[in-house]
Ligand binder design. Structure first.
Ligand SMILES: [Zn+2]
Length: 348
């Protein structure tokens, strides 16, 4: 089994004091080195996305807004907290281009699977709207690359960042060839406020957006059941040619921005489940793309464990242990989720 690792940590896309900064990834390389994992993976370098790769998923207007803001030396891109520096446009091109290159490598069979550790993150970037610390939607660029450059008919995107994949949903909302499954926390005042169960897609894409909104404090047990009983069987019936995972580590119980309850052990199980799924439906072709995760110890251990999983090694590092309280029950939710057309239609 060969695994690629792409790192584009975007040191110059940083705003002091902002939770989404280079500080998240600064110590990652030495950390991985210390665990002797870098010798076992194929390190590949990112290349900038072409304009064509970006316009497959974003409006020219949106791209121009980011480019101009960078040209002007940087600034805010939305009314919230999404910033660009003078280097951000180029770094966003690099993150998206790196993900496309990783897809190329896996689709050509040079690597079995892979992990793209990129910044800025992407899953809140919609076709023509920027938000949530995201500039260019890396995972969406990767999905289109699999289709356009390699003829993949169906691509599955699974997003278990704690925030709703509103940008990814927006880009593929009317598209039946790219299914988007997102598990996320939905709570009062919690960003971005979308991702309700009844947002299911439109037109030909109806039924191919599968939102799984979770109450606070769902952890290893709840996520485990949702992925085993709902996500996996539905995804198997979809028969994707390629699987992309938007992996955010902010659903960990220690994350400062959210209130989900996964542990590092729970995360490792989800990673294994996705790798097994890829093995059963698409010859193991899977790429994990980093989104959020704002507690550095969680983030680094989570990425290390993911590499162990991709390499097929039975190691697991969980220095933080399980959620110290009891989890919220999801029994009623499981029942509800079985009514979703993505779960039902595909099973007929
Ligand atoms: Zn997030």
């Amino acid at each position: 089994m060969s695994t690629l690792l792409l790192m584009a940590p975007a040191a110059a896309h940083t705003k002091p004091g902002h939770p989404e900064s280079y500080e998240r990834l600064r110590g990652l390389r030495p950390f991985l080195q210390q665990h002797h994992i870098l010798d076992e993976v194929g390190l590949i370098s990112a290349v900038p996305a072409t304009y064509q790769q970006l316009t497959r998923i974003h409006s020219r207007n949106l791209l121009e807004t980011i480019r101009q803001t960078s040209r002007d030396g940087g600034g805010l891109l939305d009314h919230g907290d999404t910033y660009a520096t003078a280097e951000s446009y180029q770094l966003a091109e690099l993150a998206a281009g790196g993900c496309c290159l990783a897809v190329d490598e896996i689709m050509r069979g040079r690597y079995h699977n892979g992990l793209a550790v990129v910044r800025p993150p992407g899953h809140h970037a919609g076709r023509s709207r920027i938000s949530g610390f995201c500039l260019v939607n890396n995972v969406a660029a990767a999905a289109r690359q699999a289709q356009v450059a390699h003829g993949a008919e169906r691509v599955l995107i699974v997003d278990y960042d704690v925030h709703h994949a509103n940008g990814t949903q927006d880009i593929f909302y009317d598209d039946q060839s790219v299914a988007v499954i997102s598990t996320h926390l939905v709570a009062p005042f919690f960003y971005p406020g979308t991702g309700q169960f009844n947002e299911m897609g439109t037109g030909a894409g109806y039924g191919y957006t599968f939102n799984i909104p979770l109450p606070p404090h769902v952890g290893d047990y709840g996520y485990g059941r949702i992925f085993t009983e709902i996500v996996r069987p539905a995804a198997e019936r979809f028969r994707p040619d390629f699987i992309l995972v938007s992996v955010g580590f902010d659903a960990h119980w220690r994350d400062p921005l959210a209130s989900a309850a996964l542990s590092l052990t729970g995360y490792a199980r989800l990673g294994q489940l996705m790798v097994d799924l890829a093995q059963s439906v698409c010859n193991g072709r899977i790429l994990f793309v980093l989104e959020g995760g704002y507690q550095v110890e969680v983030l680094h251990h989570g990425l290390l464990n993911l590499l162990y999983t991709l390499l097929g090694r039975p190691h697991l590092a969980d220095p933080l242990g399980p959620f110290p309280q009891s989890e919220t029950s999801i029994e009623a939710l499981l029942h509800h989720l079985r009514r979703h057309p993505f779960y039902r239609q595909q099973s007929q």
